[in-house]
Design a protein around this ligand. Sequence first.
Ligand code: HAM
Length: 417
Amino acid sequence: MANQQIKKPRGTIDYYGEEEKVFQGLRNVLLAEADKYGCDFVELPMFEENQLFHRSVGESSDIVQKETFDLAQKGDKDYTLRPEFTASVSRMVIENKLYTSPDMPLRLSYFGPVFRYERPQTGRLRQFNQFGVEFLDQKVDLGTTLDAFLLSLRSAEKVLGHKVRAKINFLGSFESRETYKKELYNFFAPKIDNMCDDCKRRLETNPLRILDCKVIADQEIAKGSPRVTDFLNEEDKKEFENIKNALTSLGIDFEVDSELVRGLDYYTGLVWELYDTVNLTLGAIGGGGKYASLMAQIGGPDFEGIGFSLGVERLIIALTPERRTELIADPSLDYFIIDFKRDGKANYFADKLRADGKKVSIASYGRAMGGAMKMADRKGAKKVLILEEDGRYQVKNMADRNQVEVKEEDVISSLEA
Ligand code: HAM
């Protein structure tokens, strides 16, 4: 009996062929945008101690409650695959004492896979990629706030080739949040019997999370709930006003959404989400905000941060066919070799050409001439080198289909001519 075929895990993607080229094109565009803002790229472990996310993303968040991929215990530590980057970046800054740098703010960018055990659907995966930045400083000022926000907007617009919609809100300090949570509790408690099981749990663990619920009936009930901005202290209110005024002077369109609370517990201050203006059902293509206490919570100094992450797979879904084509780097081969001599000489020429920076591929030995030529066309090869069984060499120019016989010592020069 044949062995049963093994499939990829649900909610994951195999990137290959054109899709992989789109992915790389998009990565290049996003990292080039971060470069323009003076960011340094960081590469971090894909797993961390569980505690890191419990203490930052938050015990009451859906991510920590039910979405982490916890690894089987090895040694005496509990590890989990990272569900996001912000906590890892803060951990790295503390551990390597980057906060002692004289050059503030730190501007760190990242790109890579994150893991969340969610119910897969279009644009919602269990392994997906995030691009993002974290700006860290003793105190995050208005200039740093605006730059982080602008980079999120500009990088998404650059990828998509059109404007994106920004929703913003302001969450304030943890203290003012506690008062707000009590008010939310009082609002939802009489209605909770008619809400989903997750919301029943959220009422007790963190009523703020009810505002994140994706169930339409629950969202209806949440309309009319108290607004977080009504519970801000004077300083926070002023900061929010300053940010809104500055964005307006910069000519940035934004929408204040008083129900926007984000799914992670570490935010204190400005929060925002980005949406595609064409693909309205896709959900947020990115989100971010300011976090004033995260570093202290995970054992670091009193340092603040602001950042955002974009969902790479959601950006790919939102690409128009034209943008897809533009993002694909020129994949064409320079040369294709058809080898009937089969003694390794083909690899010798390929090696020389590649040393000159050329893209070269070789047909498998089993391929007949006709099939190999078609493959050369499909791969966009400009010229084809044929090594005949009797030792003769032919070079075919694929543009005019002209084929000439060349001497061994002239093979390279005639290909490169
Ligand atoms: P987040 O909103 O959880 O924020 O994720 C950022 C983006 O990742 C979302 O807007 C969405 O585009 C994408 N995303 C989230 N979940 C999925 C999924 N299951 N499948 C596909 N894409 C998804 C954060 O992760 C924060 N760390 C952002 C941040 C950085 N805040 C401050 N600094």
